[in-house]
Each structure stands twice: as structure tokens, then as C-alpha cells.
Design a protein around this ligand. Structure first.
Ligand SMILES: *Cc1c(COP(=O)(O)O)cnc(C)c1O
Length: 388
């Protein structure tokens, strides 16, 4: 018997990290001491105080039954309170907050609620691959919005072709950005909101890195723009803020129709976030600021080492103080893929080729800050030697 995968699944490029993982395994099998700066998964453990909150919650018998679909009222209230403190934006926990199983599934599932076959979904390029995958799964067409260095990796809305704009239902944005680490200001969000409103497009902002920044440069939420709630939904995650990628919890907030539609779609697919994990989420959101601050300062130190070292070696690095990525120009004479293969084979450093995030990522490679300082220093030495 032959079982052919769906057209949608076959239309997707092989998930980026699977490809890299294969090459990595080969090198490891050959005994190479790899410095893995490929995947953006925090290397440090979840703060013990949060693990203890989960352990205690796991013993509560009511939590052994199905959780409520949209999330426990207490979790949604904690989200609204955190959001108010952090962004000065009020949210109604009953209609404008939804618990999600991490944010990836919510991002991937969102089009099911609002996008039809043949619609266009505008996706940042380079960008997180899930935006385009979600579009494909509902038979829609992902159309890329190039993020270019000359625009500081912000999309140029005027460059969207009129024929695509006519069919566009949904636009994705992501700041602080993966993979470029670019940030945006509130004025840019105001432009995005006005643009989407005037063209009747839903605006979905992925803010997985809201708390990964340096110093006082706190990234804004799109919902800080007056009137943004008319068109916007924002996806948040506890994964990166609290080293919680393994626990799968996040939230979607914003326009009640958009939040409600996503809740309805998800209601047909899953039965909510594990209740004990929601309690862990409450503990994280209500924790003293020092918890997220400690996570931030680790990346600040690491960024100094990696960015400083690479610049000294002559690499062209995009300067940013947010997210945990470093976006670097591939030296002249190589493609992204060639150079990353070279890095793996000759320097034992795992990097992600920029074109894996979309055609506009060609000419770049991405390194992550999710490795200890000593490993980052080793990576700098190896890359410097290769460059010399
Ligand atoms: C890590 C990441 C996410 C989501 O991670 P979850 O663990 O599913 O919450 C979403 N968007 C971007 C851009 C990311 O890098």
C-alpha cells in the first residue's frame, strides 16, 4: 500500500530543524565536539519555584479531569493582570484571553477559524515557518513580505502586490523577531494597524520574545496602539520568558471575535491546557520581576560574547538587543546553505541557514544564544579561525 501525504503537507518545505538535525547526527556519530547554536530552545532549566508549583498542582484531583477549553478563569485573570502591568492595556479575561498549548499550535491553528481556501496570508520572509504552514493546511496561499536590512527588517506594506492585497485575509508580524532579532516601535505597529484596518485584514502578532530584551528597551505590544483591538490578535508564550518550552503554555489576547474564533476552532481539536500547567503559568506570571530579569541577563552576557567576538573577527552582524538570536551576513562567495555546511564540517558549529526561513533570508545565517558562555567563546574561536 502507498499512502500519499496530503497536498498541503507535501507543499511544505521539510521542517527546517529536521534537515539540520540529520546533518548534526552524522557529525556527532563521527565524534565531532559540536557547538550547537542551531535550535532556539533555552538550555537552562525552568526556575525551581515554578516546577514546585506544578508538582503541588499535579496532586489536585479536579485537575485530573479535562481542563476547561478556553483556560481556567484564574489563569486568564493572571494573564490580564500581567498584561496590564506590562503594557498598560486592559483585557477582559472572559472574552479577550485564551489559554494555548504553547503558542505554536495556536499560531498554526488560527487560520482554521478565519481563513478559506484561496485566501492570501501575508507572512514575514524570513520568518517562523509556522505562519506559512498554517496557511497551507487550510488551502490558503502564503505570500511573503520581505524583511530587508535596508528597512531594519520591517516589512514595507507598499510593496505588497495589489492582486495579493485583494485576496489577503490575514497578516503575520513577529517582533522581537525570529530569526533576525529585529525589534519595532509603537509607531510601526500603528502603521500596521491602520494598513490592516483600511484593507479589512486581520493582524496577528507573534510576541514569543516579549520579555527577551536588554535594559530599558522593553518591546511594545501591538495592542498598545489605540484601536488595535478592532483588528488584532497577539500570541504570547511562557516558553522563552521562563525557560518553559517543555511545558507547553501560552496565551492569545486581543479582539474578542478573533480570540473567540480561535477558541471555537481549538475546541474541536484539543481539550485545553493541562490544568496543573496553568497553575504553573499563574505562578510564573505572578512571580517577582526578578525571575524574567535573571533570564534576560543571561542572554545579555552571552550576546556580548558572541556579537563582540564575531565583529572582531570581521563578521557583519545585525546589531540588536532582543530575542536570543544573532543574524549574520554570510561572507562573500558563499550561499547560506554552503556556508552553514562549511561551519558544520570545518568548524563544528551548528548554525541555521537564513534561506531556511524564506528566500529573503538568503545571504544570512542565524546563531542562537541558548548555549553556555564557554561554548559561545569556543564558537567564536572556531568561526574566527575559519574566517581568517
Ligand atoms: C519559540 C517561538 C514560538 C513559540 O513557542 P511555543 O513554545 O510554542 O510557545 C512562536 N514564535 C516564534 C517566532 C518562536 O521563536
Amino acid at each position: 500500500m502507498e499512502f500519499e501525504r496530503s497536498r498541503a503537507l507535501r507543499a511544505l518545505p521539510p521542517y527546517l530543524f529536521i534537515e539540520i538535525d540529520r546533518k548534526k547526527k552524522e557529525a556527532l556519530a563521527a565524534g565531532v565536539d559540536l557547538v550547537d547554536l542551531g535550535v532556539g530552545d533555552p538550555d537552562r532549566p525552568t526556575p525551581p519555584v515554578l516546577v514546585r508549583a506544578l508538582q503541588k498542582a499535579a496532586e489536585k484531583a479536579p485537575y485530573h479531569q479535562y481542563p476547561l477549553g478556553s483556560g481556567m478563569p484564574a489563569y486568564r485573570k493572571a494573564v490580564a493582570a500581567w498584561f496590564k502591568r506590562r503594557f498598560r492595556v486592559a483585557l477582559d479575561p472572559a472574552t479577550e484571553v485564551l489559554a494555548t498549548i504553547g503558542s505554536k499550535e495556536a499560531i498554526g491553528h488560527f487560520p482554521i477559524a478565519f481563513v478559506n481556501p484561496g485566501d492570501v496570508v501575508l507572512c514575514p520572509d524570513p520568518g517562523y515557518p509556522v505562519y506559512a504552514a498554517g496557511a497551507r493546511f487550510v488551502g490558503a496561499e502564503p505570500v511573503s513580505m520581505p524583511l530587508l536590512a535596508k528597512n531594519r527588517f520591517l516589512p514595507d506594506f507598499r510593496a505588497i502586490a495589489p492582486k495579493d492585497l485583494k485576496r489577503a485575509k490575514l497578516m503575520w508580524l513577529n517582533y522581537p523577531n525570529n530569526p533576525t532579532a529585529a525589534t519595532c516601535d509603537k509607531a510601526f505597529f500603528a502603521k500596521a494597524v491602520a494598513f490592516c484596518r483600511s484593507h479589512g485584514i486581520m493582524l496577528a502578532h507573534d510576541m514569543a520574545y516579549s520579555e527577551v530584551y536588554e535594559g530599558a528597551a522593553r518591546p511594545p505590544s501591538v495592542l498598545e496602539v489605540p484601536g488595535a483591538k478592532d483588528v488584532a490578535i497577539e500570541f504570547h508564550s511562557l516558553s522563552k520568558t521562563f525557560n518553559m518550552t517543555g511545558w507547553r503554555i501560552g496565551f492569545a489576547v486581543g479582539n474578542p471575535q478573533l480570540v473567540g474564533g480561535l477558541a471555537a476552532a481549538k475546541g474541536n481539536l484539543d481539550s485545553g491546557v493541562v490544568s496543573a500547567i496553568q497553575e504553573m503559568g499563574i505562578a510564573a506570571l505572578e512571580a517577582p520581576q526578578s525571575l524574567a530579569k535573571a533570564v534576560r541577563s543571561v542572554y545579555t552576557q552571552r550576546r556580548k560574547i558572541l556579537v563582540g567576538g564575531l565583529k572582531k573577527a570581521g563578521f557583519e552582524v545585525f546589531e540588536s538587543r532582543a530575542a536570543f538570536y544573532v543574524w549574520i551576513k554570510v561572507p562573500k562567495g558563499h550561499t547560506s546553505a554552503q556556508y552553514c555546511s562549511l561551519l558544520l564540517e570545518k568548524a563544528g558549529v551548528v548554525a541555521t541557514p537564513g534561506n531556511g526561513f524564506g528566500p529573503s533570508g538568503e545571504g544570512y545565517f542565524r546563531l542562537t544564544l541558548t548555549a553556555p558562555e564557554a561554548r559561545l567563546r569556543l564558537a567564536v574561536r572556531r568561526l574566527s579561525a575559519l574566517k581568517a
